[in-house]
Every structure is written in C-alpha cells, then in structure tokens.
Write a protein that binds this ligand. Structure first.
Ligand code: SF4
Length: 679
C-alpha cells in the first residue's frame, strides 16, 4: 500500500481548519498543510500541528470495559451493549423514559449527534444536551431572539472586509488562533481594532483601543457605547426604521442612563468609551466578535442580546464585513446544536415546545409518539440526578467531571445515578465513574460531516482504522438502539446524512458530493442548486416578520461578589496550548511540555500583600472548594483580580455554578476567592 494524503479537519476548535493526513500502510504518519482551505489557508495553531500525538496515543481506549470494584475489566462488545440496553430498559420500566439523560458530543460528527438525539427522543426522553450549554447556549437563545437565528452572521474570512473590529469577551488569538490571520488582514487594510477585556492578552496587544472593563460589566459598556452613539447622531435610523422593532423602548431606557454611570461601573474612562463607540459606529463596516467572556455569566443571554442590539443600532449587520461573530468552542458544537442536541430544539432549531415540531418529526421518523420539550439542560440534569429524578446517563465524548462548574456537585450527581455509560477515546475522569466504558473511533477513523462556527459544513472520509476494538460512534448508537427495539437500519454516515438533508431545512441542499468538495457549504442551503449562504440577514432577519428585535436589558449583578473572606475576583479562560478539559491536549507531549500545570495570574501588588513569590504554589479557595496552582505574577491582571486557565483539573472545583436563568449556563467568569501561600 502506498502513502496517501487524505483530506481531514482539526479536531479541536470550531474554526474548522483543514489539513491532510499522511497515511502509510494504514497508519497516520504525518500531516501536510492544506493551503487551499478557504478559512485556514494552510495554517494550523500548535494544537492542530500536534493532532497525531492524540490519534496515535498509546492510551487510546481499545476495548469495552465494565466497572468491577474500583477498577475496570475488559468485556466483549456484546456484553457491553447488552448492559447498556438493560440499564436503559430497567429505568424506563420502573420509572419512565424521563429518567434517561443523554449528552451528545461536539467532538463527534453531525451524523452521530443526529442519531443520538433521535434515539433519546424515540425512547421518550426529552433530556438531550451538549457542551454548548457551557459555552454558547446564550448565543443560540440570545442571538436567536434578536436576529431569529442563533449563529454567526458572516464568515471568518469576511473579517478581512471589516473596517472596525470590536472584540468583547474573546481572547481569540489564544482561543481561536487562526482567526487572528483575518483580523490582521483587516488591520493591515486600515481597520480599527477595539478589544474589551479585563486582562492584557495577546488579543489586546492587537488593539488600537483596549477597554479594561471590570469583569461582569459588559452590558454597562455596551449601554455606554449606545448612549454615545445615539447622542452623537451616529445611529443608522434608516436601517433601524426599516429592519428592526423595539427601538423606542431602548431609547426610553437609555434616556436615564449616563456615560458617567457606564464609566463608573465598567472602570473604563469615559473618553475611551466615546472613542470606541464612535470608531465602531462611523466605520463603513464593523464586526462585533464575542465569546465566553460574554456568555459565561448569569446575564449571558442579555449580554449577547446587547451585543446584537449595538450592531443593529449602527446598521452593522447583513453586509460584507458587518455583522456579529460569536466565536464558538468545539469543532462540531455548531453542528451538534443544528442536529437538535439541545433540549430546547429538535433538529433544525425546531422548538421542542411546539406541537408543529412534534408532528413534523412524527411524520419524518414515522412514529406515533415523541416527547415535547423542553427537556433538562446538562446543568439541570445534575440537579435531577441528585434528587433521584434522573437515573441513567449516556455521555459521549464529554468530560463533565472536569468541565462543569463546581465539579464536586457533578461528581455527586453522577454517583447518584443507577447507571452511567461513557463513550470516549481516552479514560477521562468522567469515564472512570462509568459502569460501562465504550471505546470510540476518533475523528479521522470515521466518515462524517462537521459544521464550523461560520456554519460551514465539511465532510471528511475515514483515513485510518480505530485502535483495537474501538468502534465508530454511529455503529455503537445503532447497536444500542436496535437492542431497545428501535428501527435504526443505518449502514453508513452517508445514509444518515440523507435523512438529515430530508428533515433539516438549513441542510436541504447539502448532498454528500457537495459538502465533500474543498471548503464544503455554509447553511442555510435550501436546495441542491443553492451555493450556500456566506452572510445572513442581508435582506430580512429570520423572524416571522423579517425584522430584528432590539433588546432592552439591564445589567444584573454577578452570582457572587467579593467579601472580607473572599476578597479577590477569579476569572477563567483558555490558553493557546490546551483545549477544554485537556482530555486530549494534556496527553500531547509537545503541548504539555510548554504548559504542564495549572497556574494563577496574580497582580504584583496583590502578590506583595499576600507575600507570594513568582512560581510559588498557592491555594485558591472559593465557597465551593480549593485548588492548588503555581503563582504567575504579572500585570496582565489588575489588582484585586486573578486568572486561571480552565484546562487543568482543579480550576472547576472552585468555579461558580450560578446559572443564567434563560440559557442555564454557569457563571465561569466570576467567582470570589482568597489566595494563600501553600504552607
Ligand atoms: Fe485547530 Fe482551531 Fe487551531 Fe484551527 S485554530 S488548528 S481548528 S485548534
């Protein structure tokens, strides 16, 4: 067998960078850069460059296992699948299908996620969710409420056309490094870059204006900017009049709001708010980028709505270079949401609370009963498990024991279950809690489609075999579904794609042949002749009357504040070398040797007061517990605030699980803590 170059994708973030896998004698032996890929143009960040260390890692799970005592023993696939089906059946018979919960994986392809949510609902459970709950659920519901569609309005390469880029709550140079290329191209063409972030970051180094806001004051900053724009006569009244509703209420509320109030609450000088507001408003095409610095708050949904409303106020939506760019997390988190891996939606964002949706899928799936939503979110599943209302969970490719906020509670919730099955590529802390562990194929070991953060659906073919007895996710789901008496006749991912195309309106024109071409296609793609949609909302918004809903919201205080016992604000975020809970990147030698351990950034003034030296081990304590970290003394953080990356086990022991009441996302970005030198 000769060496082959097989087109593939990076399995980490939702930028969706392309790469070639070099396959020799059935083994992936190298990568080649895909210079013709429309988003990444041959570039990869350190994580993308290190993908083979994960694919070929010796710790990959190779056999099904069951828990015996404190350890695991190898079992056959027959036994493992039978145990899972028995666990489901036992709980359905005794307590009903509402005791079953499912976590779909945003690291898995669209076809697997579609099958998982379909199986959950055919079994009668509305409780299916995914990790978007922890990162961008406010985008789905918040942008959805304002624009009618909860997704990126433009595409990543279109950033090049922007004349002003306003990045709020996103450190994209570390979290989505390849996006930096497009922002830099815009900057080289004269664009003004504004960054709102409490920290000095590699993203803020790109900024012409850096607004070092107090954590949790985003709405005040956005309102301050809106106040300036309205008073300076810079609002786009023609756009507002023809394409939006709700401006009167917004203007009425803004009347009583002052710039001084905004400056006081954000800690940003009024002059800087004015400069930023004017630069954003007067540019011919402004882009607003945001990420988890906006969403991971108790007011995450309102933060998103305020970002969208600022864009509407200036008419910066629906044109090249003008729009709102939510920077999504995992490589297929967009697709997972598109496929209905959320309790609020069946596939295609059809509301799970609408009778029409239920009738549509009853017909589409040829069944007589389906559960109405909304089911439980992943955060609510924990509460339900603790109360004894949720008894069985099937978790695919997620690690809530590391990634949830306040993980002690998650651990207790999973311990309360009657049966836990985890499908994974590595033995994660969550998998260690399972009754049965199912070894799964990784992204390059199966066919399927992935949807990047700019709605680009890309198909990749299987490049290599999975290790040992590990199986493709769709095979595993179909085997379980068949044991549960469901009609799951799928032989290939291509066959599942055909069903998705039939039932998900946004994907209707996406044939296998079309999405297999370089760069795939962006949804909505309503028919097989449609070229896909680069920019949303060019003529009308996706609301019933075609008009956007401007939002009038007020800032709410964070879930907790500093106190004499916990006098410092802790915030968390990503770093370039690691990804999410680290189940993959912490196993990569090349990444790990550069960032091997949990650290906490502390301002020099605070370090002096705490008597903590550079590199000392400190204990960070919040109301939920404590974590040890190495002190990194730096002016990147202001006095009274510290920062910890969330990839290492420890950070989420102490983060806050206070929830946004709409999106049910935890407030990872703010916790009150104290710091002590370890004795
Ligand atoms: Fe992978 Fe994202 Fe890095 Fe691209 S930017 S190489 S998709 S982690």
């Amino acid at each position: 067998m000769s060496t082959k170059l097989i087109p593939s994708l990076c399995p980490y973030c939702a930028v969706g960078c392309g790469l070639y896998l070099v396959v020799d004698k059935g083994k992936a032996t190298g990568i080649e850069y895909m210079t013709e890929h429309p988003t990444s143009e041959g570039a990869l960040c350190p994580k993308g460059n290190a993908v083979l260390e994960i694919l070929n890692h010796e710790e990959r799970l190779k056999y099904p296992m069951k828990k015996v005592g404190d350890g695991f023993v190898r079992i056959s696939w027959e036994e493992a699948l039978d145990m899972v089906a028995q666990g489901m059946t036992r709980n359905i018979r005794k307590h009903g299908p509402g005791t079953l919960g499912f976590l779909a994986s945003s690291r898995c392809n669209n076809e697997e996620n579609y099958l998982l949510e379909k199986m959950a609902r055919l079994l009668g459970s509305p409780h299916v969710d995914n990790c978007a709950r922890l990162c961008h659920s406010p985008t789905v519901v918040g942008l959805g409420a304002v624009f009618g569609t909860g997704a990126m309005t433009n595409n990543l390469a279109d950033l090049e056309n922007s004349k002003c880029i306003f990045a709020i709550g996103t450190n994209f140079t570390e979290a989505h490094p390849i996006v930096t290329r497009w922002v830099q191209k815009a900057k080289d063409n004269g664009a003004v870059v504004i960054v709102a972030d409490p920290r000095i970051t590699s993203t803020s180094w790109m900024a012409d204006i850096h607004l070092r806001i107090k954590p949790g004051s985003d709405i005040d900053l956005l309102w301050g900017m809106m106040k300036v724009i309205v008073e300076a006569g810079l609002a786009d009244w023609e756009f507002i009049g023809s394409r939006t509703v709700g401006v009167d209420e917004l203007l009425h509320s803004l009347k009583d709001y002052t710039l001084e109030e905004a400056a006081g609450k954000t800690g940003v000088p009024a002059g800087d708010i004015i400069r930023a507001a004017k630069a954003y408003a007067i540019s011919p095409a402004s882009a607003l980028l945001y990420s988890m610095g906006i969403t991971q708050h108790v007011c995450g949904t309102d933060n998103v709505k305020s970002c969208a409303t600022l864009a509407l106020l200036c008419g910066h939506v629906g044109r090249p270079g003008a729009g709102v760019w939510p920077m999504r997390g995992q490589n297929n988190v967009q697709g997972n949401c598109d496929m209905g891996g959320m309790p609020e939606f069946y596939p295609g964002y059809k509301k799970s609370t609408d009778l029409e949706t239920i009738e549509y899928f009853k017909k589409g799936w040829n069944v007589s009963n389906l559960p109405m939503g909304p089911g439980l979110t992943s955060t609510e599943m924990n509460d339900a498990a603790l109360k004894g209302d949720l008894l069985f969970m099937y978790i695919i490719g997620e690690d809530p024991v590391v990634c949830d906020a306040n993980v002690k509670k998650t651990r207790q919730a999973l311990e309360s279950l009657d049966f836990l099955v985890v499908q994974e590529i590595f033995m994660t802390p969550t998998a260690r809690m399972a009754d049965v562990v199912l070894p799964a194929a990784a992204w390059a070991e199966k066919d399927g489609s992935y949807t990047s953060m700019d709605r680009r659906v890309q198909w990749i073919d299987k490049a290599v075999d999975a290790p040992g007895e590990a199986k493709e996710g769709m095979w595993i789901i179909c085997q379980i579904a068949k044991r549960m008496g469901l009609d799951f006749p799928y032989e290939s991912a291509a066959q599942v794609l055909k069903e998705i195309v039939r039932l998900v309106p946004q994907y209707k024109g996406m044939t296998l042949e079309r999405i297999s071409r370089m760069g795939g296609l962006r949804w909505p793609c309503p028919d097989e002749k449609h070229p896909g949609t680069d920019i949303l909302h060019t003529q009308r918004f996706s609301t019933p009357d075609g008009k956007a809903r401007m939002a009038t919201v007020k800032n709410r205080p964070p879930g907790e504040d500093v106190s004499p016992e916990y006098p410092i604000l802790l915030t968390t975020g990503r770093i370039v070398l690691h990804y999410n809970g680290g189940s993959m990147t912490l196993r990569s030698e090349s990444l790990n040797e550069r960032e091997p351990e949990l650290y906490v950034e502390i301002n020099p003034m605070d370090a002096l007061n705490l008597n903590v030296g550079q590199g000392a081990i400190v204990v960070v304590t919040t109301r939920r517990g404590m974590a040890e970290a190495k002190a990194r003394i730096t002016e990147k953080v202001k006095p009274g605030m510290v920062f910890m990356p969330f990839h290492y086990h420890g950070t989420n022991i102490i983060t806050s699980d206070a929830l946004d009441p709409v999106a049910k996302i935890p407030e990872y970005k703010i916790a009150a803590c104290r710091i002590e030198a370890k004795v």
